[in-house]
Design a binder for this molecule. Structure first.
Ligand SMILES: Cc1cc2nc3c(=O)[nH]c(=O)nc-3n(C[C@H](O)[C@H](O)[C@H](O)COP(=O)(O)OP(=O)(O)OC[C@H]3O[C@@H](n4cnc5c(N)ncnc54)[C@H](O)[C@@H]3O)c2cc1C
Length: 374
């Protein structure tokens, strides 16, 4: 059992109630239709959940990352695809570097659940190797001509706007990347929805840009794009770990309940040591992930360096999600393979976590670098 403060426990209860009451009834419909119900964002905003970490001047509660982790974990425990809609990179980047006008037009509507944002960096030939991207923005008519082909963009099909990372100076490599706020309905933008294994209730798109964006679309200074992205990387990875943790917990809880009820050879299967050991290993992996997420989030909130902790939490929790959901499938066996139970959904969703927000291999490379092994 994780040691939490009274306030954290109370907030977890609020998130759990919200997830059970508002997310759970939407899961089957959204997973089957592959359509994200935007009404959920209005409900989350009305419950005060979207603005918990926002500054008071922006109408938020000014709470720490630890609270956002709790929200992400509890929503992922019910449905990771739907829960992904609550936090976008824009949520974290805009208050740090946006102008007053950008905050007013793009950030505050996110907190009110009125707008949705997507973050478009990956390209077909540039995933882990970000600098291999080809997308560019060039000066034209007092604005910017953006040409890019982006891939796997979460939320793009229903987004109101996207934060798009492209080169404004390709020769400068890392120092030539910039971030733009681009309205998704601008002429010259085409979004194609992608079919995928998991997170089916969260729409993902391939986005083609050949559009004219106004001068004010640039976020911060040109050429500082990578610095801005890096500035939200740590909390991004910690939140990602919290999502993996939510899915792992759901799989453990469901497998445990199933093992109590399922009888073979005249005994419930939880009486067999083989099953008890599986559950025990799953519990150990979940507990490890809980500790790593908490440690990383608390360090982040204390303003301490936590790059290493964020990468460790990301690897531990995402690999725990893969392993725990795999074990849950074995315990629930035939019934787990049917779409009638959510075990198969957890299993499919968990396969995403070692890939996004920096693959496990890339995290291990970071960990080795930060720890000074290389
Ligand atoms: C459902 C989904 C949602 C996504 N959402 C978004 C989004 O909203 N916005 C966005 O910009 N991107 C998004 N992504 C993209 C995601 O971040 C990339 O898929 C990820 O960065 C990996 O890139 P890649 O798939 O091109 O793999 P690659 O970079 O081609 O990697 C292939 C394999 O090689 C390994 N590898 C690569 N380089 C090294 C190295 N130097 N050392 C060791 N191993 C290495 C990788 O770990 C991996 O195993 C999403 C992806 C998916 C599947």
């Amino acid at each position: 059992m994780l040691l939490e403060t009274e306030q954290e426990i109370a907030f977890r209860e609020t998130c759990r109630r919200f997830a059970e009451r508002e997310i759970r009834p939407l899961v089957d419909g959204a997973e089957q239709s592959g359509k994200f119900p935007k009404v959920l964002l209005e409900k989350a905003a009305a419950a005060g959940l979207l603005a918990i970490t926002a500054a008071e001047e922006h109408g938020g509660a000014g709470a720490g990352l630890i609270y956002q982790c709790i929200l992400v974990e509890e929503s992922a425990r019910v449905c990771a695809g739907l829960g992904t809609g609550f936090i976008s990179l824009g949520n974290r980047l805009l208050p740090r570097v946006g102008t007053a006008a950008q905050i007013e037009r793009y950030y505050l509507p996110l907190l009110r659940g009125e707008k949705t944002a997507a973050f478009a960096m990956t390209e077909p030939d540039a995933g882990s190797d970000v600098l291999a991207m080809r997308g560019t923005a060039e000066r034209s008519n007092g604005g910017w001509r953006i040409r890019a082909s982006k891939m796997y963009i979460t939320g793009a099909p229903f987004s109101d706007y996207m934060l798009v990372v492209v080169y404004t100076d390709k020769k400068a490599r890392r120092g030539g990347l910039s971030v733009f706020l681009v309205d998704s309905d601008l002429p010259g933008i085409e979004i194609r929805k992608l079919d995928k294994l998991g997170h089916r209730s969260m729409e993902t798109g391939a986005v083609f840009f050949d559009c004219e964006a106004p001068d004010q679309a640039l976020i911060g200074e040109p050429g500082r794009g990578m610095d801005y992205v890096m500035s939200v990387l740590e909390d991004g990875r910690i939140l990602h770990a919290a999502r993996s943790l939510g899915v792992a917990r759901a799989a453990l809880e469901d497998a445990e309940s199933y093992a109590r009820l399922r009888t073979t050879f005249g005994k419930s299967i939880n009486q067999y040591q083989a099953i008890q050991h599986k559950l025990a290993h799953m519990l150990i992996e979940v507990s490890n992930a809980q500790l790593q997420v908490r440690q990383a989030a608390l360090k982040f909130d204390a303003g301490l360096p936590c790059q290493l902790d964020a990468s460790v939490a990301k690897v531990v929790a995402s690999e725990a999600a893969v392993s725990v959901t795999d074990q849950a499938m074995r315990i629930v066996a035939g019934a787990g393979y049917l779409n009638e139970l959510p075990i198969q959904r957890y299993f499919r969703d968990a396969r995403l976590y070692p890939i996004t927000e920096g693959t496990t291999e890339i995290q291990l490379r970071n960990i080795a670098r930060i720890a000074g092994f290389a």
